[in-house]
Design a protein around this ligand. Structure first.
Ligand code: URP
Ligand code: ZN
Ligand code: ZN
Ligand code: ZN
Length: 485
């Protein structure tokens, strides 16, 4: 079997920084040390050798708002690799009444051209006995240990509190992670109707219809319900101080709650929606919307202090033509933005180069933390012997200006257009295959494989032990109470 040695670099993991060569064979890391040799050498002089990024929140070829997101598993994973991301986690979305297993087959059918590894979260979009039963199969036989609940998108993906509580309890029983899109969908629907009735039809009204309170309320509600169900909770695309405050409070109380800001919310703000060009503003319509600088500061502080653990993209790219279906009615603009190729360079530039994050924290929030939360560590998220050789050789001095003209994503614009980034992959390896060498792309269609994720993390065990200890217990009493005394 041919081996590859990454030579002369500095290994940077979530907890260590040291000089070593890394040898890869058969898709895995087989040796780490000084003076290694192999059949092929990759020169990592001046570079950091880090675990490849994991983006736990993408929507590739997603059926949504009457259309499909434009990047599929080929272009999406290629975009990821170009930016140092070697694994993505997509969301399987059953239609109302559809079995989870049927939906899962449909999602697996989309992945044959994936160029990097992937996994799925399962969404709970309706509730019934079949869903309850399917959840067990999904966890025990299908390698999925996380269930997403949309608290928004009323009339489409949204679930209500009794559905959410039922599902959270089932997650707890099965040793799975509960996830939420935290926005109060009832309030959003009313605000949308009012804005439209008042003639506010443009993309800026999208932001007005989803203020931070809408997110803070839903985050709080989900946290309380998760506490009662005894399940760990992961809040996707957490965008504001109100949501972050709820997470901080829960964690201070000892709860296992995780928050995932997106690179878009960290670096782009609400001024984008005031742009005079309709296309510019509509291309940035996503939920939750971009916020102001105070919210951004809160998210950065959360990453530095550890109250927020993961940076994702929610990559859900729509072309300008798709966005234009919402001209005259902002509620019809497909919600979503891209970012897969730009997450790591943007986070390095705005996080590490500014001193907000250490290099080790960068690795933690782009890869290792989510690998642990999703129970795939150290197969993923690690530079260790035996781990998958999903590696990015990061050159802190390579730079570029982000432009749609040179991106891998199939859409016709980039929300980060014109941003200058310093810190880019020199090489990206997916299970040992060198898919990216500076700007040369050598991805292999079909190379990407499904990553099964076993249930019952240490956190699930601790929570179920605790719930058992404090479970209601009947008080046995003898005799009949005497009345009238
Ligand atoms: O606007 C967004 N975020 N689109 C993707 C679907 C979702 O809510 O995650
Ligand atoms: Zn109900
Ligand atoms: Zn969402
Ligand atoms: Zn999403």
């Amino acid at each position: 079997m041919a081996s590859t040695v990454i030579k002369g670099g500095t290994v940077v993991t979530a907890d260590l920084t040291y000089e070593a060569d890394v040898k890869v064979e058969g898709g895995r890391i087989v040796e780490i040390g000084k003076g290694l040799s192999g059949d092929k050498v990759l020169d990592a002089t001046g570079c950091y050798v880090m675990p490849g990024g994991i983006d736990p929140h993408v929507h590739l070829e997603m059926p949504f708002m009457g259309t499909y997101s434009a990047d599929d598993f080929e272009s999406g994973t290629r975009a990821g690799l170009a930016g140092g991301t070697t694994m993505v986690v997509d969301f399987c979305l059953p239609s109302p009444g559809q079995s989870l297993l049927d939906a899962l087959s449909m999602w697996h059918n989309k992945t044959s051209r994936a160029t990097a590894d992937y996994s799925f979260h399962m969404a709970i979009t309706w509730w019934g006995e079949q869903v309850f039963n399917d959840m067990e199969t999904v966890v025990r036989q299908k390698g999925i240990n996380s269930f997403k609940h949309f608290m928004a998108y009323k009339g489409a993906l949204m679930v209500d509190d009794d559905e959410m509580f039922s599902s959270f309890q089932r997650c707890a029983e099965l040793g799975a992670l509960a996830m939420v899109h935290a926005e109060n969908g009832d309030v959003v629907a009313q605000m949308q109707a009012k804005l439209l009735a008042e003639g506010n039809t443009g993309p800026e009204a999208h932001a007005y219809s989803r203020p931070a309170e809408v997110e803070g309320e839903a985050a709080n509600r989900a946290i309380m319900i998760a506490d009662m169900a005894g399940v760990p909770l992961y809040i996707v695309h957490l965008s504001c101080e109100q949501g972050h405050e709820a997470v901080r409070r829960a964690r201070a109380k000892g709860m296992r709650v995780y928050g995932e800001p997106l690179i878009q919310h960290l670096t782009l703000d609400e001024a984008e929606y005031a742009h005079p060009d309709w296309d510019h503003a509509a291309r940035r319509v996503m939920s939750p919307p971009f916020r102001n600088k105070q919210h951004q500061d809160s998210l950065w502080a959360g990453l530095s202090s550890g109250s927020l653990q993961v940076v994702a993209t929610d990559h859900c790219a729509f072309t300008t033509a798709q966005k234009r279906t919402g001209y005259g009615d902002f509620t019809k603009i497909p919600n979503g933005t891209g970012g897969l190729e730009d997450r790591m360079p943007m986070l390095w530039t705005h996080g590490v180069a500014t001193g907000r994050l250490t290099m080790n924290e960068f690795v933690a929030v782009t890869s290792t933390n989510i690998a642990k939360i999703l129970n795939i560590y150290p197969k993923k998220g690690a530079i260790l012997v035996g781990a998958d050789a999903d590696i990015v050789v990061w050159d802190p001095n390579r730079e570029k200006t982000i432009s749609a003209a040179s991106q891998q994503s199939s859409i016709d614009y980039n929300v980060f257009e014109g941003q200058h980034v310093k810190g880019l992959p020199r090489f990206t390896l997916t299970r040992g295959h060198v898919a990216i060498e500076e700007s040369k792309v050598s991805t292999r269609e079909g190379h990407g494989a499904f990553v099964a994720r076993p249930p019952v993390t240490a956190v699930n065990k601790a929570l179920s032990t605790w719930k058992e200890l404090v479970a209601p217990r009947k008080v046995e009493r003898s005799g009949i109470p005497v009345t009238g005394v």
